[in-house]
Design a protein around this ligand. Structure first.
Ligand SMILES: C[S@@+](CC[C@H](N)C(=O)[O-])C[C@H]1O[C@@H](n2cnc3c(N)ncnc32)[C@H](O)[C@@H]1O
Length: 242
């Protein structure tokens, strides 16, 4: 079961039933100062300042809290530009003892810099509303050590998952689309089967595809009509109604 809604996260958050969301995964703009443009659409990612950005995100997270279950998990996707500020924001909003992990998604896409270590990861901040009884099912990934070759081991907080390449079948053309493998891992690890996942900036709908594929319910918001249409199209292809 899924629902998609066109509009601003801030306006749509209060329309959600109280205590109905088990996992909030948000992949919002990152404050890059750019317009992200790609084949299927574009979105503005400009704020006056980092403080404006964190205020923007803070308002939306605060508006979403009533819809989260008392033991819900939150995964907020950021990068080097704001991860430090968003972590402080989440500490203030939920309590520093509600922090679970700072996940590093290492995507290893080409390019390098003569001036610094090449920036090749995103930061995903994992918090929970209830540190005593939150859901976590450790994901298993292939072991890399010689001793465990061919076996699986519990994932660490550094996730090596390639970004979507130009030829990948899952590529929709939406700018900054995240790989399904990453969302499958997050959804499977951070909310139980048959629970509800909310992605309030759903873009091409990767989170919803992962959630439905793993037997969860999914709610997606986006303020761009093309993103909502793309999400619906993707869900129709991946999941014809039973
Ligand atoms: C980083 S992209 C999400 C990409 C998505 N995770 C995927 O895999 O396709 C951010 C999305 O947030 C949407 N967005 C930006 N501001 C928004 C707002 N205030 N409310 C809802 N959606 C918003 C943009 O239209 C864009 O689709």
């Amino acid at each position: 079961m899924h629902n998609t809604h066109l509009g601003d996260w801030l306006d749509l958050a209060p329309t959600l039933p109280a205590s109905s969301v088990d996992l909030l995964y948000a992949d919002p703009p990152f404050n890059t100062g750019r317009t992200h443009t790609s084949k299927a659409g574009d979105f503005e990612d400009r704020f006056e300042s980092t403080s404006d950005y964190t205020a923007w995100l803070g308002d939306r997270l605060e508006a979403t809290l009533p819809s989260l279950t008392p033991s819900a998990n939150l995964l907020i996707h950021t990068d080097w530009r704001t991860s430090h500020r968003v972590r402080c924001l989440l500490d203030d909003l939920l309590g520093a003892d509600h922090f679970v992990n700072h996940l590093v998604w290492s995507y290893g896409l080409g390019g390098s810099s003569p001036r610094r270590f090449a920036r090749k990861h995103d930061d995903i901040l994992f918090y929970t509303r209830d540190p005593e009884r939150y859901f976590f099912d450790p994901p298993m990934v292939p072991a890399t050590s010689n001793r465990m070759k061919g076996e699986l081991k519990k994932a660490t907080d550094v996730l090596d998952i390639p970004s979507i390449n130009n030829m990948a079948r899952e590529r929709t053309g939406w700018p900054t689309q995240k790989p399904l493998a990453l969302l499958n891992l997050f959804v499977g690890a951070c909310c139980p089967p048959a629970s509800t996942v909310l992605d309030p900036c759903c873009g091409s709908g990767t989170t919803l595809v992962a959630a439905l594929g793993l037997g969860r319910r999914a709610v997606g918001f986006d303020r761009d009509a093309r993103a909502i249409a793309l999400t619906e199209e993707r869900l129709a292809t991946h999941h014809s109604p039973a």
